[in-house]
Ligand binder design. Structure first.
Ligand code: CA
Length: 236
């Protein structure tokens, strides 16, 4: 099966036996699994961590799965969501998909089918997320960035050295030119899975980029922070 070895799945299910069974079977398939049993638990968990998929029960305590999904989408998080529901109602299914869910299974479900859908959703999302491939150098607004040499040169030939992390973050933003890159994506790709710096650390990098590349760093036209969501680069 075409699947990443360390894909991460968040299981939100309040029925303990089902939650444990899902965790066990997903782990046997090679996934890294985190679990929660409430709606607010999901929102709290996705704030600080990147997931490749959420398996989201609709009938959850404190906040139902559909509201949870809607909230996640409002935060511009496009993690694939597979709904689980005991209610075999067409309306429920439509509501779930309308609020931003990607797929839907009715309990009791066949485990093989669930695992197959999980794998498909993760693979599809990975393929979509594949960044626009850029080479070792990139030019915009009179600057020429050399990612492997960790430097950029402006029109006058002045060289600005970049740290390894600066070069990595710059490349990530440029690969997603015109799109918001979430804080979670940045943390996962630039800082690696378990080392989480504060939001301020990323902000400081963005401030540096403005110093290097913006004519007026207080009115940036290339490096934008979107409060509470992430960062965006526009070449213009
Ligand atoms: Ca439930």
């Amino acid at each position: 099966m075409n699947k990443s070895p360390r894909a991460t799945v968040l299981v939100a299910e309040d029925e303990e036996s089902l939650r444990e069974a899902l965790k066990l079977n997903l782990e046997l398939e090679g996934y890294e699994v985190t679990t929660t049993d409430t709606g607010p638990g999901v929102l709290k968990t996705v704030k600080g961590e990147y997931f490749d998929l959420i398996i989201l029960d609709i009938m959850l305590p404190e906040m139902d799965g559909i509201t949870v999904c809607e909230t996640i989408r409002m935060q511009h998080n496009d993690v694939p969501i597979l709904f689980l529901s005991a209610r075999n109602s067409g309306a429920d299914r439509v509501e779930g998909l309308k609020k931003g869910g990607d797929d839907y299974l009715t309990k009791p479900f066949n485990l093989e089918e669930l695992l197959l859908r999980v794998s498909k959703l993760i693979t599809k999302n990975k393929r979509m997320k594949e960044p626009q491939s850029i080479g070792d150098t990139y030019e915009f607004d009179g600057y020429r960035i050399d990612f492997s040499a960790h430097e950029c040169v402006d029109k006058s030939g002045k060289v600005q050295e970049l740290s390894k992390k600066e070069a990595a973050l710059l490349k990530l933003l440029i690969e997603h030119e015109g799109e918001v890159v979430s804080r979670e994506q940045i943390l996962q790709i630039v800082w690696g899975y378990n080392v989480y710096p504060t939001t301020r650390t990323i902000d400081n990098f963005i401030l540096n980029f403005r110093k290097y590349f913006e004519r007026d760093s207080r009115n940036p036209v290339h490096f934008h922070s979107i409060r509470g969501i992430g960062y965006k680069f526009t070449a213009k």
